[in-house]
Design a protein around this ligand. Structure first.
Ligand SMILES: [Fe+2]
Length: 206
């Protein structure tokens, strides 16, 4: 049975007969997920146009994208709708988590990963929330892998008998077209080597 007590999630456990006991869960790591295929279909040709403009492509991290340390493509008029959508989802996300209102400073870039492209483990320093909107996901498009943020797990390895939210060290989110995910920017993640051409995303920092 699952419930809440003392600020954590509670699972009532009856596996042993010595005692009944509860395990509470604290310091959870949220990941927002929604799907908006209509908006993805609208943004894909816009991003293809942007990616075909050599003056906007930077190839940061060794694959085709438009990242720059400033606001990226966030100031382009064709990004207005996506920028407003992302900010409104972000406001609701923060409210759901219990945070107050803040002013966002959106940074947006678009990327096209081809076969064998990848993006090593990193976090998005300086941002509050980060996320990805998946616009074109051919078969073989790589997932995004998130890492357990609990630092002690870098220094101790315990034997694991089954995967649970306590024992796993990472999890993969495998995207489909229209998936939109958002997380707190300190959460480490990577894009493992991609196995298709033309994996197109919009990435944002707020
Ligand atoms: Fe990232």
């Amino acid at each position: 049975m699952i419930g809440r007590k003392n600020g954590g999630n509670v699972a009532n456990c009856t596996m042993i007969n010595l005692h009944n006991y509860n395990i509470t869960t604290h310091f959870s790591t949220p990941l927002l997920h929604l799907n908006n295929r209509t908006l993805a279909n609208e943004m894909l040709p816009i991003c293809r146009d942007i990616l075909s403009n050599e003056s906007l492509v930077t190839n940061a991290w060794g694959y085709k994208n438009t990242y720059d340390p400033g606001t990226g493509i966030a100031e382009l008029p064709e990004m207005n709708k996506f920028k407003q959508y992302t900010s409104s989802v972000a406001r609701e996300f923060l409210q759901s988590l219990g945070y107050g209102k803040i002013n966002f400073e959106p940074q947006i870039f678009t990327s096209q990963m081809n076969k064998k492209d990848s993006h090593g483990r990193h976090a998005h320093a300086g941002a509050v929330l980060s996320g990805v909107f998946y616009l074109n996901m051919p078969e073989g498009a790589s997932p995004i892998q998130f890492y357990d943020p609990r630092p002690w797990r870098d220094t101790r390895v315990l034997p694991v008998s089954r995967e649970t939210e306590y024992t796993r060290s990472s999890f993969n989110f495998t995207p489909s077209v229209g998936d939109f995910i958002m997380w707190e920017s300190w959460l480490h993640h990577e894009v493992i080597p991609n196995e298709c051409d033309d994996r197109v995303t919009l990435v944002f920092n707020l």
